[in-house]
Ligand binder design. Sequence first.
Ligand code: MRU
Length: 374
Amino acid sequence: MKVETLRWFNNRLEMIDQRILPAAFEYLSYDSAASVAEGIRSMVVRGAPAIGVAAAYGVALEALRLSQHLPPGRGKDGMGVDFENDSTPSLTLPLQGGGDVDFKEGMEEGFKVLAASRPTAVNLFWALQRMRKVWESVAAQSPQQTAQRLLAEAHEILAEDIRINKAMGAHGAALLKDGARVLTHCNAGALATAGWGTALGVFRSAVEAGKKISVIADETRPFLQGARLTAWEMVQENIPVTLITDNMAGHLMAQGEVDAVVVGTDRVAANGDVANKIGTYMVAVLARRHNIPFYVACPLSTIDLSIATGKDIPIEERSVEEVKGFRDCHWAAEGVKIRNPAFDVTPAELVTGLITEKGVILQPDAQGIRKLFG
Ligand code: MRU
């Protein structure tokens, strides 16, 4: 089954609601920057490249909406949030009365609301910057022409993401031996991208190349991207997968049951430090202890040359509710202090190789990364 995480349908962006997978498979529809920003913030769409693609469509949708003088944020998301009546201050666009919308001001507000949706994945800012450049390049054109140009760019970013994932997949697949048992953390699959995936793209490409690999999926507390999304994707494709809780990884490594680790990333600093889903650092330390190669699948759009080391990567702190329990079931003691950092940083020295669309950089460092960008 081909997973279309985001798709353009009836002049709207549709995104799979990843909060309810695997229990239900449902698309939600988006028609403005504010509604897409809310989709990103609330994790309908997640995963660095997918967030970038969604943001690009958010910009295009805002241009379409403003050029047609439509009110902002029509439609509901699957959890019953009515954007029309949503009073969240940072996510509402100023309605500029009676269809008399100032296109430039409205667009700036759209960029702002999208940039504020999530802080860690650099692909969001990368995509917004790319869309801004396109917008500036057509400044002399009408809002309608600008909107069409921005929409074409969003379509291109989506198609390009799949092409890049396949190129990364081919480079990464060559690193895995036939029969390899590969551990992954979080979900860096088709659901985290426009399709194919980064880490899971490496597994798909290895299988396509005729290798018999099997995947060990960390559950990935607290949002369970591993148990819910990676396990679902692998089961859909008949790629052998075994689910473990995060604290079982060390035991399996010690037993000699893991041959390699491949994960995705949300932002890589100029020196090769890697921010990824919370728990990745722990896996990298364990992999080094057991002499297991630790690879990071990383499109160039995830490398942030403006950040010297991982220390400067902003780490999102999410709601304590995610750690406390699930919906109405709370297992944490009432009154306990809770932390919920959503990402951690793995120092470059623990990374065996960065798998990019341009090839694999072994033992990544500032020099190797600079070379990648020519
Ligand atoms: O909080 P999430 O689900 O957006 O975090 C996603 C991850 O950390 C992924 O591992 C990362 O974005 C790589 S996705 C190709």
